[in-house]
Design a protein around this ligand. Structure first.
Ligand code: SF4
Ligand code: SF4
Length: 208
């Protein structure tokens, strides 16, 4: 395990403990404040929250390890981009109905975290990250406009496609005309796994 992965694992562990403590204390507003900071800073540093802090991603990583399966599938459909909005509306609907009809405040993450774990045991986690997770909507916006993000240097890339295999969230595509890899800052979780997979050092975290 390289140093970056070790740091990520430690941060994920601390974040999971923090998330559990906040949940137990019932002060969900604290987690929402953390999420708001993550969204704001994603315009500078990209979607690092997804790979380092998000409890859904942490549990899905465990599920993927249990499945022993790499996940890097992309749905190439125009309408797929509206799915997170549908997911958000359904989530808000569940919250409103449970509050009005049953006077119960449902912290949605308490549903989404176990749901994402079970989902990742059977399906591609990249589809969850990119098209099902309602929390990804704002983070994608930040990622797309981020000042810093992982990038492929076209001059150095030899088109070997190794980085495509290493990306668990389907953020890397291959341009068949230029024969170069391309990283989508909208989908990238800033985990850095692709850096180690590139033998010619074509990938780096750099200013836009
Ligand atoms: S691993 Fe490096 S050289 Fe190979 S396709 Fe990806 S960026 Fe290009
Ligand atoms: S493109 Fe690289 S840094 Fe971004 S999520 Fe994929 S593996 Fe991680």
């Amino acid at each position: 395990m390289n140093k970056r992965n070790m740091i990520r694992l430690i941060v994920q562990g601390i974040s999971l403990v923090l998330f559990t403590l906040i949940m137990l204390s019932g002060k969900m507003v604290l987690w929402l404040a953390l999420y708001a900071v993550a969204v704001g800073s994603s315009f500078i540093f990209g979607r690092y929250f997804c790979s380092y802090v998000c409890p859904m991603n942490s549990t899905m990583t465990i599920a993927n390890k249990m499945r022993n399966k790499k996940q890097h599938k992309i749905i190439d459909m125009k309408f797929a981009n509206i799915i997170p909005f549908v997911s958000l509306v359904i989530s808000l609907g569940i919250m409103m109905v449970s509050k009005k009809r049953f006077e119960i405040d449902i912290p949605l993450l308490l549903i989404y975290v176990p749901l994402s774990f079970v989902y990742a045991l059977f399906f591609s986690s990249s589809i969850w990250h990119n098209y099902l997770c309602p929390y990804s909507i704002a983070l994608k916006l930040g990622g797309a406009h981020s000042i810093y993000h992982y990038k492929v240097d076209e001059q150095s890339c030899i088109g070997c496609k190794q980085c495509l295999k290493s990306c668990q969230v389907g953020a890397i595509t291959f341009n068949s005309e230029s024969k170069k890899a391309i990283i989508s800052p909208t989908l990238c979780h800033e985990c850095g796994d692709c850096v180690a997979s590139c033998k010619v050092g074509a990938i780096s975290y750099t200013k836009n």
